[in-house]
Design a protein around this ligand. Sequence first.
Ligand SMILES: CCC(=O)SCCNC(=O)CCNC(=O)[C@H](O)C(C)(C)COP(=O)(O)OP(=O)(O)OC[C@H]1O[C@@H](n2cnc3c(N)ncnc32)[C@H](O)[C@@H]1OP(=O)(O)O
Ligand SMILES: O=CC(=O)O
Length: 897
Amino acid sequence: MRTNSTTSFGSSSADEVLGPMSPSSATVDMNALQQQGRKRIAVYAKTFTMRFIQCVVQSRMNEKFDLPCMLPQSRDWFNVRYSEMGEITAQVKKSISSYPPDAPCVSVDFFLYTHEGEILPLETWTFSIESDEATESMAFHKEDDSTLYHQLGTLLKSCICAARMTPMHRNYVKKQSAETFIILYKVNSSESQIDLGQDSKEMVIGSLPSVIGNIRLRLAYRTKMQIDRTITPPGNQYDSFQQVSIASAGTTPDSRHNVGTPMSFCDDGISHFSVSPSSLPITSPVSSPPDFGSPYRSPVFKTSRSRSASATSDGDSICSADAVSASPRQNKFFHSQMIPSNMPFANLLTMSYTGTLYPLKEEKKEFSQSDDSPCDNDVNNCNMNNSGNYTDELKETLKDLSLHDDLPFGPLETRNDLCEPGESKKTLFNLNEVVGEREENSSPVEMSQRTIVGGEMENTVKDEESTQNNEENVINISDDEDSFVKIPSFGPIAGDATAENGGVDTQLGELLASCKAMPEILSFSEPISADVLIPNIMTHFEEFSRHQCVFDQFVAEVRETHRKEFARGVVQMRWTWLSRNVSQFAGVRDAAKYVPRRSLLYVPASNEKMLAKVPRIQADCVVLELEDSVAMTAKTKARQQAAKALDTYSNERLECFELGLRVNSVSSGLLEDDVKEICKAEHLPQAFMVPKVDSPEDLATIFDIFRTNYGATRITDTNTRLVIWIESARALLDMPRILSSALNLHRNSGFFKLDAVVFGSDDYCADIGATRSSHGTENLFARQKFVACCKAFQLQAIDSVYIDIKDTDGLRRQSDEGRSWGFTGKQTIHPSQVAVVQETFMPPGEKVEWATELVHAYSQHESEGKGAFQFRGQMIDRPLLLQALNLIQLVERVSSR
Ligand SMILES: CCC(=O)SCCNC(=O)CCNC(=O)[C@H](O)C(C)(C)COP(=O)(O)OP(=O)(O)OC[C@H]1O[C@@H](n2cnc3c(N)ncnc32)[C@H](O)[C@@H]1OP(=O)(O)O
Ligand SMILES: O=CC(=O)O
């Protein structure tokens, strides 16, 4: 993103910009003046065309303008100050060869391009000069020149205002994203052919009579925001955008209705749908009401979107291989594959997804890998050598960032461990294709060198000729008045001499500004002699040579920033991939949100002494208990103490990962009284814990009671989690329904994310009439069914209580059994049980070492195309990889305390 792009209005005049008209009107014959005037207006027209396109296109990029006013020295054309974007200029030059009055008009079309590949033409701007009898007979006077110049300035300002008032700007410009839609533009050297649908509006922004014709700027825009689903989305079948627009224009609204194809609506009325298709509920996707309580408030099109491609990609739901491949992250790459190459914004978007647009030549050579590599993605294009290992440079960077040592399993060795399962080389192919294509065509924009700094994109349009002749990475400044290099903002390099003088960016900016400033000698009316011109140019070259070090510094900074950004991206990607693939993460994509619950310790809230110990208890999860450990006669006291404790703890640093509060069950009839009292506390627990949930109806009651007493906003804003207990035969058999209702209630209400389920073994035994034993076989079936159900929903499974406080061996044995069956933790009733349980649920050192090595070996084999292989005498394939990752993540998270 550019950093300085405000529009301010300066005070320059035509003379300041072009030099005074000469010879003077008093001494010339009228014909010469007429001729001169025409030429001069033609220059204005060309410059105006460039500037109006820049202003309109930039206004669709959702960037803030922030240029300081430079009165009164400003030499900005038409008294409007703005930062030019080289890409837009290059696109204009590529698309049109002559400008009005030589061409009848120039038009710019804007389109909305959806995530799913559909296109909606939105508006078109047309600049034209049309002569008629009146203008042909007009005589040119010297004063007309400056009048017209200022009028064009007003026209340009009107254009800037109008650009911010159309439906497109009001409704869509700010809402562009990879997951919904983006805005594209196209420049034509003729009238636009696009169909803006029924009830489109047209207006003339301004019309100025001149000796060369009526100078006119027009705007037409769509008012009915409907996408025609009958149009084939642009894919590889379209060679050019022109074909896409013709296809689009050829379908009338009536014909759409005739075929009965569903339409998409994109108006404000549905702007509260969540942004990602993956965030929509799994069940009843079409009939479910929109989730107005959702924290996500960006729009998507209201469509009957295919659930198969999106629903399961939700981190909250079961994550299948298909789900992974349909994830929003991959949709980003979808754009780079589908967007026709002459859609300029697509380039910007590609860059914003991948972090790099077109690698420089030597980067391409250095970082790209051979075709038989199984996995290439955007990040992998860089900083890895041909054998798939990260380069020393990257490792260095990771170290610099203190990230290297923090990686889940040590140094990054191979590239495949960063890839989505099933994600293959298509992205690199695509990128290489783009690069190859661009080099072949050798058009100005294609030869651009692009540098991305801190998420910003700046480019330098290379001089065509020098690019063709010069293979080296040299920054060339175009001699065209419309192109110049924009300098991104960099911090000064510490200890560098240039830093003291304002930093390399300032110096380079000043140098380029001085080069960009129009030399006095370029007066349009006088021929420039070679004697004057050549020394002047030579002076400029010398100036450049003297500042070579500034350029070197600039390039070094760009590279350094890019390297660091890249390394950050690698780490982020790694975590994203890990958390998406590890069942233990309970559907939480962000590893940092994973709450370990190896032990869950009850602290009866009626016991003040025990409550006072809470801040120092090192159990992963501490539960303030209002239910079974609290006598009926002590319920009121327990509630009050629990509420007070919540506020007291908020001022202290707790040792646990989670502070929960267990209320009484729905069936007890005590729940509402619990909640009424607890909600008097200013602070909420991190998790509400509800025992004896026997049915989806119980859950509905629970959500209702909490929402009623806390208020929808308060309960939604806190992100309080939900943990429930399964304690009866009925509940055990109905677990899938109970769990899916809990997840859906969360999606529809925006609160109480179900994160863990606890098996209440003692109540279960009571319910089925079993006798408790030390070996626990009476619970064998229940525990195993329980753990399978929890894991099917990617939820943590917490094992039964071991009530023999003194029997540490028995506790260790049962904990070990539970862990090996898949439980993620165990309930404890006494502080002495915590260490034993947590130790047991922590994988031993040799197991962590096994897991780490296995993950590396897996990556290595995957890169050789082997999904199954032998490792330390065992067959290893993907499920084993996931088990290994489970262990590693738990260790990572717990050791972060
Ligand atoms: C079976 C199914 C279920 O429903 S389980 C969930 C409901 N049950 C519970 O919440 C019971 C929780 N545990 C307890 O109340 C106590 O640990 C019981 C079992 C009563 C034993 O307490 P007590 O006799 O004091 O044990 P102790 O003398 O060995 O205690 C030593 C120090 O530790 C403390 N302590 C004990 N338990 C807890 C606890 N859960 N949370 C916090 N602190 C606890 C005691 O207060 C005692 O402290 P101090 O040394 O006197 O300062
Ligand atoms: O609430 C716990 C149990 O075991 O029952």
